[in-house]
Design a protein around this ligand. Structure first.
Ligand code: PLP
Length: 293
């Protein structure tokens, strides 16, 4: 079961009341994009992946805020968030009321020399992540190839924007698999913990939960933010800071968190067994599966 909507992006400040006429559903197997699309030719566009859980789109507000932020970094026209919300509602209304789905929002620079950006939404069933959620993942650290303050020095790298150019992230995952691991944690060239290729990293030392400060070189994860709010509300201490790579091995638990896979605990780090907190991981995922705004 998939749902695809093509969207004609409105200017951010448009007050068009007939939002529904700006998107249309297309069949999954029908051609929908032009060959000149810069998203496909150059990865020149931004995206979000939202979890739809039992008929509820999770964290829509934070995802749309990040879509807008990514568009600003990439100097794309700012998305009209009312329009995207209406399109998300339409997709969710067409999905079954039960089950987990991944809803991708894409805003591309459009067709080469074309007048306007192109945009679409595509929902498909989420992969079955019950095993990594319950049993954890093995992880290797990999060098990201730039310093943790690279975003300020080289804004043209577009770090901090969720661009469509994920080829290097996927290459890092293949390298992790070659090294016998399930996933990877990127480390900056100056020795700081960054993020996974598709996830944020959370460490627990004693009763303190920490995550790398969103300095612009990593994405600020919506799942990590939501989990930190939940931890704070339930009396736990959380902090953002620069985390040295050596601190990974002194943590008493590490999680990779992301919108669709949710929280997975690290069971092995760079080939050595790592303490895995099955009970807390289960509690995290129980929270992450509840409807969240
Ligand atoms: N960092 C990167 C590079 C990602 O691709 C993702 C998600 O795909 C995340 C972090 C986690 O973000 P979120 O929790 O919003 O899914």
């Amino acid at each position: 079961m998939t749902v695809t909507l093509l969207l004609e992006p409105l200017p951010a400040d448009a007050r068009d009341e007939d939002l529904a006429s700006t998107f249309r559903q297309v069949p999954a197997d029908a051609p929908a994009l032009r060959v000149g699309e810069l998203s496909t030719q150059r990865g020149d566009g931004v995206f979000e992946t939202i979890a739809v859980t039992d008929g509820h789109a999770q964290e829509t507000g934070p995802h749309l805020d990040r879509l807008r932020n990514s568009a600003v970094i990439c100097e794309l026209p700012e998305p009209n968030l009312r329009q995207w919300r209406a399109a998300i509602d339409r997709v969710v209304g067409l999905l079954p009321a039960e089950g987990e789905f991944a809803l991708k929002l894409v805003l591309s620079r459009g067709v080469e020399h074309g007048p306007a950006p192109t945009a679409w939404l595509h929902a498909s069933p989420a992969a079955d992540f019950s095993t990594p959620r319950a049993q954890g993942v093995s992880v290797v650290t990999l060098d990201r190839g730039y310093a943790h303050d690279a975003a300020a020095k080289a804004p043209w790298l577009l770090l901090g924007a969720k661009t469509l150019s994920y080829a290097t992230n996927m290459a890092a995952l293949r390298e992790a698999h070659r090294r016998g691991a399930d996933d990877t944690i990127f480390v900056s060239s100056d020795g700081f913990v960054m993020e996974g290729p598709t996830s944020s990293v959370i460490l627990r030392h004693g009763d303190l939960y920490s995550t790398p400060a969103p300095s612009g070189a990593i994405l600020h994860g919506t799942t990590q933010m939501s989990l930190f709010d939940h931890l704070a509300e339930t009396g736990r201490r959380t902090e953002y800071r620069d985390i040295r790579v050596e601190e990974l091995s002194t943590a008493d638990a590490i999680w990779l968190v992301s919108s669709v896979r949710l929280a997975v605990g690290v069971t092995e780090l760079d080939g050595a067994a790592f303490p895995y907190d099955a009970e807390e991981t289960r509690a995290f995922n129980e929270y992450l599966l509840t409807p969240r705004e």
